[in-house]
Design a protein around this ligand. Structure first.
Ligand SMILES: [Fe+2]
Ligand SMILES: [Fe+2]
Length: 145
C-alpha cells in the first residue's frame, strides 16, 4: 500500500483564488503523492493501476470544472487554455501505459515523479492556471464556487 508520505506539499502560492479549484488541485496533488508512494514502496500493480485510473478520472473532472468556471467569467483566453488541457489529457493517457509497463526500479520512480511534477505542478498548476488567476486578480473578480 502507499506510505502516506507527502512527496509534494500544497503551497499557498499556487492558489488560483477560487476555493473549489484550489480544492481540486489539492486533491490531484493527493493522488499524485499516492502514486509516487505506491511506486516508492514497490506496491502491487493493481494498486498502482487503480491510483492511475483515479488520477485520470479526476483530471478529466477537474479540467471540465475549470473550463466551466472560465466560461462563466468570460475568460478571454479560454480557447488557448482548453488546448493546454487537451494536451495535458493526451500526455496523461500516453504516460499511463508507460508507467504501468515500467519496471519497479529507482529509475522509473524518478521518471514518474518528474512527469507528475513537471506536467502537473509546473505546467498545469504553477504556470497554465496562473494565467487565469492573474486575470481574476486584475479584474478583482471574487468567486466563491
Ligand atoms: Fe487546474
Ligand atoms: Fe487549467
Amino acid at each position: 500500500m502507499e506510505d502516506g508520505k507527502q512527496y509534494i506539499r500544497w503551497n499557498q502560492q499556487w492558489s488560483v483564488g477560487v476555493d473549489s479549484l484550489d480544492d481540486d488541485h489539492k486533491k490531484l496533488i493527493g493522488i499524485i503523492n499516492q502514486i509516487i508512494g505506491l511506486y516508492a514502496s514497490k506496491s502491487e500493480e493493481r494498486h498502482l493501476r487503480s491510483a492511475i485510473s483515479k488520477l485520470m478520472k479526476y483530471t478529466g473532472t477537474h479540467l471540465k470544472n475549470e473550463e466551466q468556471f472560465l466560461e462563466s467569467i468570460g475568460y478571454p483566453q479560454i480557447q488557448q487554455h482548453k488546448e493546454v488541457h487537451l494536451r495535458l489529457m493526451y500526455d496523461v493517457l500516453a504516460a499511463k501505459a508507460k508507467l504501468l509497463n515500467s519496471h519497479y526500479d529507482g529509475t522509473s520512480t524518478e521518471e514518474l515523479k518528474r512527469f507528475l511534477v513537471d506536467k502537473w505542478l509546473v505546467e498545469h498548476i504553477q504556470q497554465g492556471d496562473q494565467d487565469y488567476a492573474r486575470f481574476l486578480r486584475e479584474n478583482s473578480l471574487k468567486h466563491a464556487l
